[in-house]
Design a protein around this ligand. Structure first.
Ligand SMILES: Cc1cc2nc3c(=O)[nH]c(=O)nc-3n(C[C@H](O)[C@H](O)[C@H](O)COP(=O)(O)O)c2cc1C
Length: 187
């Protein structure tokens, strides 16, 4: 039987209360996916398990399982906040432990949030080179939300909504036309 199309959303914020989570959820919606049909992974939940792990084999089972889900994604929607003009160290640490052979050719959509508009290029200068190293297939359109774009868990900037729509349109050739669960049932 045909396997379901496996969308994994990875929020690379070390914080539980996260603007990046709001941005990623909006992108998922724009892609036409129901939140319940995608697999969401939050870095902040993994931090206690991965912080002290230097090697993949050091990870406890609960974290191994999350890594398995990231590695088996058909489409990875990845977002993180800007920290110190770059990506959070713990986010990079997670990808230091990912099996890089599973990332080759993986479809990836990138997003980021920042506390200023000065770091809009974090996607192109930090995230994109990381995924280029993995030889992932990264969508040319990324989505960055600045400090005034998300207020009270709402996207309030129409220009950001347009950028999200552009990313969703660019990603659409990657996606099956129907809900992933229904695609499996129909197969
Ligand atoms: C340790 C730390 C460093 C930060 N460094 C930057 C930075 O260099 N540039 C920037 O624009 N925002 C910076 N920020 C702000 C965050 O990027 C911004 O608030 C982001 O939206 C937080 O995302 P989150 O709510 O998903 O964690 C920093 C925040 C923290 C906690």
């Amino acid at each position: 039987m045909k396997q379901p199309f496996n969308v994994v959303v990875l929020n690379g914020s070390p914080q539980a209360s996260s603007r990046t989570r709001v941005l990623l959820a909006t992108i998922v919606e724009s892609l036409g996916w129901d939140a319940s049909s995608v697999d969401s992974i939050a870095l902040h939940e993994l931090v206690p398990h991965i912080g002290g792990a230097l090697l993949r084999d050091d990870l406890p089972l609960v974290a191994q399982e999350a890594f398995d889900r990231i590695e088996s994604a058909d489409l990875l929607l990845v977002g993180c906040p800007v920290y110190r003009a770059g990506i959070p160290g713990l986010f990079k640490h997670l990808f230091d432990l990912v099996d890089m052979s599973t990332m080759k050719g993986k479809r990836v959509l990138l997003a980021a949030t920042g506390g200023s508009d000065r770091h809009t290029l974090v996607i192109d200068h930090h995230l994109r080179p990381l995924f280029a190293f993995f030889q992932a297939l990264v969508l040319p359109v990324g989505v960055y939300a600045g400090p005034t774009d998300i207020i009270s868990e709402e996207i309030v900037n129409p220009a950001l909504r347009d950028q999200i729509a552009l990313a969703a349109a660019a990603a659409s050739p990657w996606l099956p036309q129907r809900d992933p669960v229904m695609s499996e049932v129909a197969a």
